[in-house]
Design a protein around this ligand. Sequence first.
Ligand code: DMJ
Length: 600
Amino acid sequence: MAILATRRRFQRLIGFTLVALALVYFLWDQGPFSNYRSSSFDWAKRPQAHPISQSDIIPLPSLAPRQLPRIQHDFSKQELTDAHNTTQRERRNAVQDAAKRCWEAYKEFAWGYDELSPQGQSGVDTFGGWGATLVDSLDTLWIMGMKQEFADAVQVAERIDWDVTTSAELSLFETNIRFLGGLLAAYDLSGEKTLLRKAKELGNMLYAAFDTPNHLPANAFNIREAKQGLLIASRRESSAAVGTLSLEFTRLSQLTGDPKYYSVTERIKREFEKKQDKTKLPGMWPILIDLENGFQTADSAFTLGASSDSAYEYLSKMYELLGGVDPVYETMHIKAMDTVKKNLLFRPMLRDNDTDILFSGLVLANGAGINELTAEVQHLGCFAGGMFALGGRLFNRPEDVEIGEKLARGCGWAYGVFPTGIMPETSEVVPCRGEDQLAPCAWNESEAGGGRKSGGKFPIPFSHVRDAQYLLRPEAIESIFILYRITGKKDLLDVAWQMFESIEKATRTTFANSAIASVNVGGETAKINSMEVSFGLIPFALVGGLYMLTGRLQSFWLAETLKYFYLIFSEPDLISLDEYVFNTEAHPFRLPKPVKGGFL
Ligand code: DMJ
């Protein structure tokens, strides 16, 4: 009897302890002691309309990560003078001051909103209303050592309710690169677990974009339709939208141990791979892809610029993130780069042939070998220098590092020739049109100056500036930063500083920084959506969506542009390219550590 009573007492004690522990865990995790709040709708529990069965889920590669070739220059061998270190520090501080001003302005006028309208002193919701700037800036704050600001932002981020939104329809691409990428990188840097939980909640929501009849994603993510399983992949989807999910989804799978996210993007990669040699410009994919009818790639326009850019950027980066164990990414990257070199790259006609630079243009291909190149120069395309150089190091292709340097320097040069010291959003330049488009050509004054299409007064040899704005974009400094880390060439630091000074001068406003209407007008610049906007620009600024599109302080200013400027003026081991891979929104994901031989 006594034994029975003791046993019962013991069982009760165990039961009580377990309940108490569960309660403590709950209170700690969800209750008054925790700031974290889960979203009010759990997308993981939503029944799928087009189920992907467990057996159809592709697991992460089981091979252990390999030792990848060294990416960064060996800076330990560089003799750095005190003067160099002082200049670096002063420049870094100047960038940090700019970031602090903008962060303070965002905090004061737009806290919790997606973006700041810098002159309006108010917030705007452009990406769902979950605080895009706040999430996009988390890792910048961490990297810049703004730990209190980081902690304040985490307190808001960990309470985001993905079911409470200002948009009926979201862009899968933008939500993925800014929010999911931002949360994952901030977690990778800080180890703050609630950020990973938020990332997982969001990942589960974005996973629903693949709940379509053919499991290809719907970039136009209508939340109501997604809940009902009514999404359909688009007939005219940009290759960037569909090709820029893999890094974030894969990192989410790596961190959570759930392969389903990686699996859906691995399927996309297989579609890209199948079509790579079958397009009108074999080796590349057209800007637009028909996803609804099963990844049709019949379109004719090819570029590394808008709407295609990061689909190419992610090939080598996925190879890195998977620890070099998926050779398909290497093959795809090399084929694409070879096609770009042969067809898209060109050298501008220059008075001084010592300026060794290249650009990447736009090709219209008819599929029968006639490929027409337009010598277009897009700011968005300036990321290509970094991509070539990174791939060159990763796959031991020194020529690609050189090409990357010429592309990066091309954008640096273009910044320098415009009156504001900044290159425009979209322009055209007179190209060298010899047998070899990459080789220097003789200067021809009338061709270089007379080829102007719109009669505008642009610096020679620019023939046309289609869009003269500067929207605070990062791509040029991104490539200069990557090239500096890869080659160690110190003159790139001065190129970067010149760019930063010009950007600050032209875009700084009372509270933050603003996009400007024309890089081609020096002196007092016309800020877009600005109290300072000139009267002549008011009708222009009010046309259509332009006002909303360009006038705000884009979240990528803090997430990318200022981060790259800060990093180039910092110690090279701060976010080393051998330890991190940047997503297309400059969010660094930690690379897996190599394991000698064997399976995971
Ligand atoms: C960013 O959101 C990303 O870099 C994207 O890949 C392209 N456009 C902007 C910055 O210009």
